[in-house]
Design a protein around this ligand. Sequence first.
Ligand code: AMP
Length: 114
Amino acid sequence: MAEKTLFQKIADREIPADIVYEDDQCIAFRDINPQAPTHLLIVPRRPIPTLDDITEEDAPLIGHLFVVARRLAAQEGIAGGYRTVFNCGAAAGQSVFHLHLHLLGGRPMQWPPG
Ligand code: AMP
């Protein structure tokens, strides 16, 4: 069996994290190095490495991650002013190769993100 990813270890409670939400498809927790007052990671339980690895069959799962993001944004009090980001690949800043959706908010956001 492949070694667990960092985020699988968090989901399995082998590594501590500030978990704010979980269901049968995904888990969400606070980023350890927050880039905004609210910075959550929404992570599918299945360890898909990057956005390049998703298929048509993953469409409901990816949609679910965004529905969870919308709910968590409301829960965090940032509805109407937040950003969601998938970094895909090292060149885009991906450092953990287990797909995750960043949810950032609580401060003004610049564009382009750099
Ligand atoms: P990315 O660079 O898009 O792959 O995002 C990975 C994110 O995971 C970064 O924002 C890190 O700060 C965050 N991170 C790394 N280790 C942990 C951890 N143990 N708990 C919570 N967040 C983490």
